[in-house]
Design a protein around this ligand. Structure first.
Ligand SMILES: C[S@@+](CC[C@H](N)C(=O)[O-])C[C@H]1O[C@@H](n2cnc3c(N)ncnc32)[C@H](O)[C@@H]1O
Length: 346
């Protein structure tokens, strides 16, 4: 059945090699994925898989509803997933988000796309049940016009937030199709520059949730500054590491939002939702967590050692008993998850 529905995908994912010639016939753009993205993720895919956070169903399930891929059953507070809907996950990486889809029953109507050979190597080990795995970029995908119900990008759209990618995603989506973006984030930024109702906020496991004033309609950046202000050590480490990200596109720069609000391919109504949680992290893993950022992976070893040392100093100086979870004695790192849904303009 899959061969009938997605003949090109089957061809492109033949066990041997991605068929470059085939893909270039599908789109007119010559743009390719950012070098830093492909190179760094080729190198760090194993530690990426271990240290980067996963995505909580508390926000993912409503996100799938917003994408018309699931329905919420009020009577028993459950979700029903429509596995007949065809999903393309672009920038799948090692499959951190794919796990949510597979856990909810998708495999044959799911296709995973990424330009990084290394990421796909770990992806294939993690998800042998997903047949359709394509080494390709957002600029050239092997899917038919108007054939896909939803395109999802987790932790990746900032790498290709441009009109060429949106044009390609627009091409493959059905007229009823939607694009869904999801990011875990460490700090407040222009990316959260909007006002949403309290029903678009979810507690996915933070002790600070009840302290937030969600009822007055504040800009999300203001609300989130209050949330992140709860842990000084994390505030300092995050700002320090961010200073190294001068060269590469990042979620927090917010360029993706400006593109989504003004492009000819998607309606400019952007649906934002947020979930907040406390990641509990061993002191020694804080450096490992940040090391998987592409702009850190790319630095010479000497510089990395210096950054590691400085992070350790901050943790030694700016923590107290409130910085640690009482049960596990791990550091409390406030974190957020952000989902964004837009509808195709066709
Ligand atoms: C931070 S990782 C996210 C991986 C995964 N989705 C996750 O949530 O962990 C970003 C991914 O974007 C991919 N990427 C970068 N540029 C891309 C492009 N133009 N098209 C598709 N994927 C791209 C990288 O290869 C990398 O796997």
């Amino acid at each position: 059945m899959l061969t009938k529905l997605w003949p090109l995908t089957r061809l492109a994912t033949s066990k041997l090699h991605w068929n470059q010639q085939l893909l270039t016939t599908m789109s007119t753009t010559t743009k390719s994925a950012h070098d830093t993205a492909v190179n760094s993720f080729n190198l760090n895919h194993s530690s990426y898989d271990i240290y980067r956070p996963s995505f909580s169903p508390i926000l993912v399930n409503p996100f799938l509803v917003d994408l018309n891929l699931a329905t919420f059953n009020k009577q028993d507070n459950t979700f029903t997933f429509d596995n007949d809907k065809r999903i393309v996950e672009i920038a799948c990486g090692t499959g951190k988000f794919t796990k949510n889809l597979v856990d909810n029953g998708w495999s044959s109507n799911l296709s995973a796309v990424d330009p990084s050979r290394g990421m796909l190597e770990t992806f294939r080990e993690n998800f042998p049940q997903v047949d359709s795995v394509v080494q390709a970029s957002s600029y050239n995908t092997p899917f038919d016009d108007d054939s896909i119900d939803a395109v999802i990008v987790a932790q990746g759209f900032h790498w290709f937030a441009d009109e060429e990618s949106l044009k390609e995603i627009h091409r493959i989506l059905k007229p009823s199709g939607k694009l869904g973006l999801i990011w875990n984030f460490d700090y407040t930024s222009p990316s959260q520059d909007s006002v949403v109702s309290d029903s678009n906020y979810y507690n996915s496991g933070t002790r600070y949730y009840n302290d937030l004033d969600l009822t007055s309609s504040k800009n999300n950046q203001e609300l989130l500054s209050q949330f992140f202000g709860n842990q000084k050590w994390n505030d300092k480490v995050t700002k320090y590491v961010y200073d190294f990200d001068v060269k590469v596109p990042q979620y927090r720069h917010g360029k993706w939002r400006s593109i989504l609000l003004a492009n000819p391919y998607f309606k400019n109504e952007v649906l934002d939702s947020f979930a907040l949680y406390d990641k509990l992290i061993d002191k020694d893993d804080v450096w490992k967590y940040w090391e998987t950022r592409s702009y850190i992976t790319d630095l010479p070893q000497e510089k990395k050692d210096e950054i590691k040392g400085h992070i350790e100093e901050i943790i030694a100086k700016d923590t107290n008993e409130d910085s640690f979870d009482k049960d596990t004695q791990r550091l409390i790192k406030p974190m957020g998850t952000h989902t964004v849904v837009v509808s195709v303009r066709k």
